[in-house]
Design a protein around this ligand. Structure first.
Ligand code: SF4
Ligand code: SF4
Length: 757
């Protein structure tokens, strides 16, 4: 579907609006070719710093709860707060304008500037001004706009949209900025270091600050009780923008209003740490405009009294407030933690994983909320890996927002008889039969896996045929370069039943009784792994039973087929009920399914108390192995001695993204090390495969580019040393590692099971 345009000829603005899928695909190609190294370096630095910074906040979780509570209350109470804020601003001597639309905001600001005879305005720290295309509007009226934030200055020179919500030019390497400045300013000055570039920009901007007739700023937060504005920044330009010119206009979305100035403190603790990993940014301004300080008059200019206008922008936000899903996006404080912790974003940045203004996992909701639904198409790059969920300081469930956007985009398609018939045969819920064939194929994995396993021989022969591969690519968009997993002759449940028939099942142990959930991915894809789980848990003394295999809803949910996911989840809960009633703990081998029990199921079932029960009794198997050692004194070193594993004791272990989000990863490492293995671990957020994402032809290149970080970590761990055995907990991760490194991948349970004592 991608065009044949050479990626180096694609300008970011040409592909900013992703409502046409070709723009998204071109943007991916362009960013992979040009921007990826700078985006990777900068986002990963922010991300590392963020982990270090939040680890030092003693009451981090309580702070997040408190911030969430403030924002929930503020949005619920928004109409009253806006009235109160208006009174506060007027009482302070300022002007207040609530703009229903982008047009109204632009018009109001233009009129104020024209009335004051403004010819040059300095501006900074306002992504909202980008949303309303303010520069364009003012320049069309003959008013010059000078961006004063260094990154925004770079973008203005380059004529590009932001690629990141706090570091808008993060896609530029130092070398590219040098080349840009030399080309645009026709200068021979040395611009080869960060200092030289900053000095050059600063000298240009100083002239503008002194000459400007007005300053336009954004606002991180606004307090309704006092009319105070909080601004955090690194460069000091906002301080100059808001204090030097006599006329100051602050623009912000209505969601920035919170009840009181005292509440700024909570966000000041969270925002810089979540954004750049700083305990506090270099400049924090809490303004109470209009300023009372004497006005500044540049040489040769007449002194004018200070004047302040607060322009609050609705532009779809009230609609978002009424929307049960998009309302959550209004809690966002634009810290960018969700961008920097997202492996896909780290690889392509916001010029691909973003729209005309907003980017990253949260960006789709903002583009849809303030514009058109289809502008959020780039949210397809959200694989629901969940890595951003714990990083969000206001606890926004970003993957859930994106799954809903996907559902809405699916349902915006025109009906088709073929898709509907296919959906009926495959098992889609009636409302989801409108979804594209590719989504219905991946969303009904359980159906196809069941069919494939029933006729495993012929099905596997087909998988090897190039003709079948090209049919799968053209009909279902499955990339021909990916090897589809073979169907087993016997599913996990078949193997388990066979074991029982042969009387080989060991007697019940004296530890807690377990029900191992036969998830469809392990059941039809890796049944031997499932059996290894059962054997290892029994070796640890547990009484283990296997449930029937049913879909948990994960596959459908990830395709935005939420109704299908709900049907699957409800059916699964019926199957699990007797196991829960009998008091068994639930064990889940595949980490993405564990994430369903621990987290996503809350969206799919009305029975929240059942969800809470499941969340508290579901475990990754290695957690229970570790529990056997910790609580019951099992000596892992003698039970599973590393030196008896015939592949050696040196391992490279990659845990699954959702396993880490569920806090269910460290025990694997603990167990392997306790058994005597020498383990090096990966530190990537996600391997890039992410379930079906890496299989999709249009995203294969991105998926492999994301995986490159993981492959590089393996190579680095083996530099000058003999190779390590590769170990992964997730099916997707195994497939990605195998595709990238062409080596066998082991599961931790299979290692323990394979130890020959
Ligand atoms: S869920 Fe994963 S892919 Fe989606 S936005 Fe969050 S980190 Fe990115
Ligand atoms: S969604 Fe959360 S993590 Fe992402 S920018 Fe907003 S506040 Fe930050």
């Amino acid at each position: 579907m991608a065009t044949t345009v050479n990626p180096i000829d694609i300008q970011p603005r040409q592909v900013a609006n992703k409502s046409d899928k070709r723009a998204l695909l071109d943007a991916i190609r362009m960013t992979l070719k040009i921007q990826s190294p700078a985006v990777r370096h900068n986002t990963q630095t922010f991300n590392r710093n963020r982990y270090a910074a939040v680890a030092k906040i003693a009451d981090y979780d309580q702070l997040k709860d408190h911030a969430r509570q403030i924002k929930e209350q503020a949005i619920a109470d928004s109409p009253r707060l806006l009235k109160q804020l208006e009174e506060s601003v007027v009482r302070n001597g300022g002007h207040f304008y609530l703009a229903p639309s982008a047009f109204d905001a632009d018009n109001y600001i233009r009129n104020v500037l024209v009335q004051h005879g403004v010819k040059l305005v300095v501006k900074g720290k306002s992504i909202t001004s980008e949303e309303i295309r303010l520069n364009h509007w003012l320049e069309a009226s003959g008013i010059q706009v000078a961006e004063t934030d260094l990154a925004e200055f770079i973008l203005q020179v380059a004529d590009e949209q932001p690629s990141h919500i706090i570091a808008p030019a993060l896609h530029y390497s130092r070398e590219r900025i040098t080349a840009l400045f030399k080309r645009k300013f026709q200068t021979n000055l040395p611009l080869d270091t960060g200092e030289e570039l900053t000095k050059f920009a600063r000298e240009k901007l100083r002239e503008q600050f002194i000459a400007a007739d007005a300053g336009i700023s954004g606002a991180n937060l606004i307090a309704a009780d006092t009319g105070s504005i909080m601004l955090v920044e690194s460069e000091g330009n906002i301080r100059m923008t808001t204090t030097l010119p006599p006329l100051h206009i602050a623009i912000a979305g209505i969601e920035k209003v919170i009840p009181s100035r005292e509440q700024f403190g909570t966000f000041l603790e969270l925002l810089p740490a979540s954004a750049t990993g700083q305990p506090l940014t270099s400049y924090v301004s809490i303004l109470h405009p209009p300023l009372k300080a004497p006005p500044f008059a540049a040489p040769g200019k007449q002194e004018k009294p200070r004047e302040f206008h607060l322009v609050l922008i609705d532009n779809g936000r009230s609609r978002m407030r009424e929307d049960p899903v998009l309302r959550e996006a209004l809690y966002c404080i634009r810290c960018s933690a969700c961008l920097n912790s997202c492996a896909n974003f780290e690889t392509v940045g916001g010029h691909a994983f973003g729209g005309e203004t907003y980017s990253g996992g949260i960006g789709g909701s903002w583009e849809a909320g303030t514009g058109e639904l289809m502008n959020a198409r780039f949210s397809e790059l959200c694989t629901a890996c969940s890595r951003c969920v714990n990083q969000c300081p206001v606890r926004i469930d970003i993957p859930w927002l994106n799954e809903n956007l996907r559902q809405r985009m699916n349902q915006a398609q025109s009906p088709s008889f073929g898709r509907s018939l296919f959906g009926e045969l495959a098992g889609s819920a009636p409302q989801d039969r409108i979804a594209p064939l590719q989504k219905q194929f991946f969303g009904n994995y359980d159906t196809f896996a069941k069919w494939g396993t029933t006729v495993a021989g012929p099905a596997n022969s087909s998988l090897e045929s190039p003709f079948f591969g090209s049919v799968m690519e053209s009909v279902f968009g499955v990339d021909h370069r990916r090897e589809l997993p073979k169907f087993p002759d016997k599913s996990w449940v078949d193997l388990y039943r066979e074991e029982h028939r042969n009387g080989a099942a060991p007697q019940a142990g004296d530890r807690p009784a377990l029900a191992v959930f036969a998830d469809v991915f392990t059941n039809f894809g890796y049944p031997e792994r499932g059996m290894a789980a059962i054997r290892v848990l029994r070796k640890c003394g547990y009484d283990v039973d296997l449930t029937p295999s049913v879909s948990d809803g994960r596959a459908a949910l990830s395709q935005g087929m939420i109704d299908t996911a709900r049907h699957h989840a409800e059916a699964m809960l019926k199957v699990l009920r007797p196991y829960l009633d009998s008091g068994r703990l639930l064990v889940v081998v595949e980490p993405s399914v564990l994430a369903m029990f621990r987290h996503d199921l809350c969206h799919l079932t009305e029975d929240q108390s059942l969800f809470e029960t499941l969340r508290s009794i579901s475990f990754e198997p290695m957690q229970l192995v570790w529990k056997a050692a910790q609580d019951f004194g099992l000596d892992l070193r003698s039970r599973f001695p590393a030196e008896r594993w015939h592949h050696g004791a040196r391992l490279f272990y990659h845990s699954h993204c959702q396993q880490r989000t569920c806090n269910a990863a460290t025990e694997t490492l603990d167990v392997l090390r306790a058994c005597g293995f020498d383990v090096v671990t990966s530190s990537v957020e996600c391997c890039g495969m992410a379930g079906s994402f890496g299989y999709k032809a249009e995203y294969y290149d991105l998926s492999m580019a994301v995986g490159e970080d993981l492959f590089a970590q393996v190579r680095k761990a083996e530099e000058g040393e003999p190779p390590r055995q590769l170990v992964a907990s997730g099916i997707s991760c195994s497939e990605q590692l195998s595709a990238g490194l062409k080596r066998p991948i082991h599961h931790p349970l299979e290692i323990l099971d394979g130890i020959d004592r």
